[in-house]
Design a protein around this ligand. Structure first.
Ligand SMILES: NC(=O)c1ccc[n+]([C@@H]2O[C@H](COP(=O)([O-])OP(=O)(O)OC[C@H]3O[C@@H](n4cnc5c(N)ncnc54)[C@H](OP(=O)(O)O)[C@@H]3O)[C@@H](O)[C@H]2O)c1
Length: 280
């Protein structure tokens, strides 16, 4: 059945691929982006009835409100809100300038929270819907070198979502879902901020020098396939017969990362259980 899907960060990468995937399946799409004039005109021409673009910088709460309202005016409702917009800053924690660290939180944490906060009353009023947040494999904790503030912002978002889901009455029929991609080829690295390594992190035998080299040469997954998977997951209807579709790790690297993370946590819990119990 045709759904109305609202997507943030539609100018490139997973957001743009999601727009294309949703249109190809006959859905109606509100593609939101900071600069609508940059959106591919060919898509607008081809899908004149089912595609609208709206300006949205997710750090601007008024724009979040306006874009959601404009979508309801255009299509009558919103079935799925994909909270996708994001930006990355990379660099060692110790040398990360505070303004870049704060910008990371402004976009990934507060931007995502702004959309979540405005979406909940809208979905409650219309009788339900889904909010799908594009987090990251590092959103479940575990971290990654060079990405301390990105990981912190994504983990913070996930912590909020888990808490908010527990606050909602089931009869509101609002589902919060999270997708956690591993590495996919998008514009993310071209748009990212990079803080160059300085001493002592740039010594030839420092582990970070090896990490930076291996990171640059790493292989990335196909963004259009990731978008298809996100769309499929977003469209699943909850059923008592299967696990609730609340979280989806995407890509083999993501699965490996999260497996190792859970395994590591379990081992730590088991290793220090007796010491932990002494406190009770
Ligand atoms: N690619 C990966 O490997 C990967 C892995 C884990 C998680 N993710 C997550 O996936 C999501 C999509 O990223 P991507 O990989 O597709 O990267 P991308 O190609 O850089 O796309 C990011 C999108 O977010 C938009 N954006 C940035 N700041 C914004 C703001 N303040 N308001 C509104 N839009 C804003 C960008 O728009 P502009 O054109 O205006 O900059 C762009 O459309 C992000 O949340 C990212 O953290 C990606």
């Amino acid at each position: 059945m045709s759904k109305v899907i609202f997507i943030t960060g539609s100018s490139s990468g997973l957001g743009l691929e999601l727009v294309k995937a949703a249109l190809s399946q006959g859905h109606r799409v509100a593609a939101t982006l900071r600069q609508p004039k940059d959106f591919p005109q060919s898509l607008l021409t081809e899908h004149a009835d089912s595609l609208k673009t709206f300006p949205l910088d997710v750090t601007n709460k008024d724009q979040v409100d306006s874009a959601l309202k404009a979508t309801v005016e255009a299509f009558g409702k919103i079935d799925i809100i994909v909270n996708n917009a994001g930006w990355t800053v990379m660099g060692e924690f110790e040398t990360m300038p505070e303004d870049l660290a704060r910008k990371q939180f402004e976009t990934v944490f507060w931007g995502t929270i702004n959309v979540l906060k405005e979406s909940i009353p809208l979905l409650r009023k219309q009788g339900g819907g889904k909010i799908v947040t594009v987090s990251s494999m590092v959103g479940l904790g575990g971290g990654l070198p060079l990405l301390s503030f990105f990981a912190a912002a994504k983990s913070g978002v996930e912590a909020v979502i888990d808490s908010v889901q527990a606050e909602m009455s089931p009869d509101w029929n609002i589902e919060l879902r999270v997708v956690e991609p591993g590495g996919f080829k998008t514009e993310a690295m071209n748009k990212a901020g990079f803080v160059p390594p300085v001493a002592p992190y740039n010594a030839p035998d420092h582990p970070m020098t090896h990490f930076r080299n291996s990171f640059a040469g790493g292989t990335l997954g196909d963004a259009s396939k990731a978008a298809q998977t996100i769309l499929k997951f977003s469209s699943l209807e909850a059923s008592p017969d299967v696990a609730k579709p609340a979280r989806l790790v995407i890509g083999q690297d993501g699965i490996g990362y999260v497996d190792a993370r859970l395994d590591g946590l379990k081992k730590q819990l088991a290793a220090w259980k007796d010491l932990a119990a002494e406190a009770s």
